[in-house]
Every structure is written in structure tokens, then in C-alpha cells.
Write a protein of this length. Structure first.
Length: 498
């Protein structure tokens, strides 16, 4: 009797300017899957979609439609099938400045248990693009792809996914405001003799900016990963969270506050975060340094140990030709002190582009991370990490637009009697818009990790990724990003160009 619950709460954002647009979004999704019989699982998906209107002198109107359909059928003792399709909608606004917003969200969930021991769950999510046209004409595009693959045992695993997504509003008179909040919670429990339990909680948060060179940025990222296999091979993995918020006051004097909370049962996760405030007279300086070290050991005969260390730090920017530098260091160490010799390959390509003239910077960031771990033994586990990152474009007359999309998919498969499957999903995207020195920065990081060790030789693989980008542009403010990757014990290729 596996039970699956999906709850989605979407919420609203309101802004008032001379044109005074108001946007309200409410989406409620409830998913309940119950197999009260050996052959008859029941799935219920309820979706509430709604509209948004705005009233100003120019009277923009926003309409959003979210459709979620889930169908779960187990017409056999061995073949349950689950399908979740979601299509979300468009938004239009008409004012004298005529902003137009289009959002498209596609969620597809497919669960297939074609055997008594091999149920497969796939969750794919595509999130959307937003474009607005005003006198300063900011344009925002966001794309989020999430794929979840869960392969448990003959023992009834329980999966819980909670997602909270929400709205973005921009007003006229050079006062854009963007608020994004994404919360993803995944809990997978396979109550077997090797009962591994994996819990990943991610909370990402909002960014608001005001006018007259008074940007306000708030970032909160909470990631908690707990993997427990209370068996003879009881590996426990803990991922601790680094939370940091950024606030900026008036007269271009932003203040950054970072809070780090660490909880480490039975493994090692170290996180160090430190902040740097900003100076006055259009010269903000932001420095962030995050160091994450994760060590997971599965004391078994095939005891592979994987250590991923990620250091990310972003530096914000000043005005009057004050460049911004970002440095990312990733170190991956994989050791399998057994007869099974896994190979790990990490390739990273990062390149950044600075910006153009007349206060019209253009930033392009592309990060590609590929991780492949292969243990060519009788327990041949294969791990694949793919990352796609994308583009940034800015408009003219102090109207920069930044779009960042990062998709990380990690799949670890040991096609043997010890068939553990590990999937790590990471989606990062930031949006930044500025009009009359009023930049808006939004960062959303979603990390989903599912580890299922349905055997006695339960190897555990943990990938930690911390990404944060900060971009603000006023008066020829270039941005530079550098990514350095170090991979002992196999192949590391790094290409950086700006």
C-alpha cells in the first residue's frame, strides 16, 4: 500500500505604482494515491486554477490557468501506471506601457511498476517564460526542468512531493518587482530490510526591489537531505542547509545578512557562509563564499565512498565601471575501496559575458556539468549528471534583463542484484531587471535527491550543489564569472571563457 501525496500552493504578489497593477495568483493541487488492494490503486488529483485582474489607469489584466491531470492505474499486481500531465497558461497585460506576461508550466508524472520489484517514477516539470514591455521594456524568461526517477523494491515505497510555486508581477514607472518562491519536498521510503529513507527539503524565496536606486534582495535557500538505511548496511547521509538573505537600503547602500544552519547525523556536511556589506554612493560590493563538503560511507563489502565539495561565491557590483567577479570551485572525490572499480568523470564548462554600452549590459552564463560514475563490476553502478545552463539578454536605456536556467540531473543505476537508483535534480534560475537604476534579482534553487538502495550492498551517492548568482547593472557595470572544477580520482575537464 504505497501512498503518494502532492500538494502545491501558489500565492500572490501585489504592487502599486502610478499605473498600480495588482496581480493575484492562487493554485491548489492535491494528489492522493492509495493502493488499498493488491491490484487496485486509487489516485485522486484535484486542481484549482484561477484568474488575476489588475486595475490601473492603464488597466492591465492578468489571467493564469493551471491544469493538472493525474491518472494512476494498477490493473495488475505488477503493473501500476501513473501519469501526471500539467499545462499552465498564459498571461496578458494591457497598459499604456503594455506589459505582457506568459507563463507555461508542464508537469508530467509517470509511474510504472512493470515488475514486482521495479516500479519506476518519472516527474518532469517545465516552467515558463515571462515577458513584459514597458517604456523601459524588461523581459524575463525562466525555464525549469525537473525529472524524478524512483526505482524501489518489492517493498511498498512511499513518496511525498510538495511544491510551492508562485507569481511574478512588474509595474510601470521603472519599478519592476519580481517575487518567486519554490518549495519542493520529496520523501521516499522503502520499508524493507534495507529500508533507506531519503528526505530533501528545498525552500527558495523572493526578491523585491523599489525605485530610486533602492533595490532590495532577499534570498533564502534551505536544503535538508536525510538518507537512512536502518539495516546491516545502514548508511546515513545528511545534507545541511545554508540560508542567506540580502537586503539593500536607499542611497545605494545594500546590506547582506547570511544565516547558516547545519544538522549532521551520521555523516559529514560542512557549510561555511560569510557575507560582505556594501558601501555608499552607488558602490555596492557583495561577497559570498559557500563551502559544502559531503562524505557518505556505506560500510559494506562494496563500500563506495563519494565526496562532492562545492564552493560557490558571488560578488555583487558597483557603479561607474566597477566590475563583478564570481568564482565557483567544485571538487568531486569518488573512492570505491572494493573489487568494484567505479569511474567518475566531471566536465564543467562555464563562460560569462559582460555587458554593452549606454547602461545596456548583456550577460550570458552557460554552465555545463556532467558527472559519470561507473563501477564495472558485477554490481556495475552507473551515475550520470547532466547540467544545462543558459542565456542572459538585456535591453536598452537602463533596462537589463537577466535569465539564468540551470538543470542538473543525476542518475545512478547499479543494474545488478544491488540495484540502487539515485536521482539528483537541481534547478536554478535568477531573473534581474533594472529601470532607472532599479534592478530586480530573483534566484530560485530547487534540489531534489532520491536515493533508493533496495539491496544489502546499498551504496549511497550524494551530490551537493550550491549555486547563487547576483547581477545588477548601472552605468557600464561588467560582470565576470569564473568556475573552477577539481576532480581527484578520475577525469576533470574545465573550460571557462568570458
Amino acid at each position: 500500500t504505497p501512498t503518494t501525496t502532492l500538494d502545491t500552493t501558489t500565492q500572490s504578489t501585489t504592487q502599486s505604482t502610478t499605473n498600480t497593477p495588482t496581480t493575484t495568483e492562487t493554485a491548489t493541487v492535491q494528489l492522493t494515491t492509495t493502493k488499498p488492494q493488491t491490484t487496485t490503486p486509487t489516485t485522486t488529483l484535484e486542481t484549482t486554477t484561477q484568474s488575476t485582474t489588475q486595475s490601473t489607469t492603464n488597466t492591465p489584466t492578468t489571467t493564469e490557468t493551471t491544469t493538472v491531470q493525474l491518472t494512476t492505474t494498477t490493473p495488475q499486481t505488477t503493473t501500476p501506471t501513473t501519469t501526471l500531465d500539467t499545462t499552465t497558461q498564459s498571461t496578458t497585460q494591457s497598459t499604456t506601457n503594455t506589459p505582457t506576461t506568459t507563463e507555461t508550466t508542464t508537469v508530467q508524472l509517470t509511474t510504472t511498476t512493470p515488475q514486482t520489484t521495479t516500479p519506476t517514477t518519472t516527474l518532469e516539470t517545465t516552467t515558463q517564460s515571462t515577458s513584459q514591455s514597458t517604456t523601459n521594456t524588461p523581459t524575463t524568461t525562466e525555464t525549469t526542468t525537473v525529472q524524478l526517477t524512483t526505482t524501489p523494491q518489492t517493498t511498498t515505497p512511499t513518496t511525498t512531493l510538495d511544491t510551492t510555486t508562485q507569481s511574478t508581477t512588474q509595474s510601470t514607472t521603472n519599478t519592476p518587482t519580481t517575487t518567486e518562491t519554490t518549495t519542493v519536498q520529496l520523501t521516499t521510503t522503502t520499508p524493507q530490510t534495507t529500508t533507506p529513507t531519503t528526505t530533501l527539503d528545498t525552500t527558495t524565496q523572493s526578491t523585491t526591489q523599489s525605485t530610486t536606486n533602492t533595490p532590495t534582495t532577499t534570498e533564502t535557500t534551505t536544503v535538508q537531505l536525510t538518507t537512512t538505511t536502518p539495516q546491516t548496511t545502514t548508511p546515513t547521509t545528511t545534507l545541511d542547509t545554508t540560508t542567506q538573505s540580502t537586503t539593500q537600503s536607499t542611497i545605494n547602500t545594500p546590506t547582506i545578512t547570511e544565516t547558516t544552519t547545519t544538522t549532521t547525523p551520521t555523516t559529514t556536511l560542512e557549510t561555511t557562509t560569510q557575507s560582505t556589506s556594501q558601501s555608499t554612493t552607488n558602490t555596492p560590493t557583495t561577497t559570498e563564499t559557500t563551502t559544502v563538503q559531503l562524505t557518505t560511507t556505506t560500510p559494506q563489502t562494496t563500500t563506495p565512498t563519494t565526496t562532492l565539495q562545492t564552493t560557490t561565491q558571488s560578488t555583487s557590483q558597483s557603479t561607474t565601471n566597477t566590475p563583478t567577479t564570481e568564482t565557483t570551485t567544485v571538487q568531486l572525490t569518488t573512492t570505491t575501496p572494493q573489487t568494484t572499480t567505479p569511474s567518475t568523470t566531471l566536465d564543467t564548462t562555464t563562460q560569462s559575458t559582460s555587458q554593452s554600452t549606454t547602461n545596456t549590459p548583456t550577460t550570458t552564463e552557460t554552465t555545463t556539468v556532467q558527472l559519470t560514475t561507473t563501477a564495472p563490476q558485477t554490481t556495475t553502478p552507473t551515475t550520470t549528471l547532466d547540467t544545462t545552463t543558459q542565456s542572459t539578454s538585456q535591453s536598452t536605456t537602463n533596462t537589463p534583463t537577466t535569465t539564468e536556467t540551470t538543470t542538473i540531473q543525476l542518475t545512478t543505476t547499479t543494474p545488478q542484484t544491488t540495484t540502487p537508483t539515485t536521482t539528483l535534480q537541481t534547478t536554478t534560475q535568477s531573473t534581474s531587471q533594472s529601470t532607472t537604476n532599479t534592478p530586480t534579482t530573483t534566484e530560485t534553487t530547487t534540489v531534489q535527491l532520491t536515493t533508493t538502495a533496495p539491496q544489502t550492498t546499498t551504496p549511497t551517492t550524494t551530490l551537493e550543489t550550491t549555486t547563487q548568482s547576483t547581477s545588477q547593472s548601472t552605468t557600464n557595470t561588467p560582470t565576470t564569472e569564473t568556475t573552477t572544477t577539481t576532480t581527484p580520482t578520475t577525469t576533470l575537464d574545465t573550460t571557462t571563457q568570458s
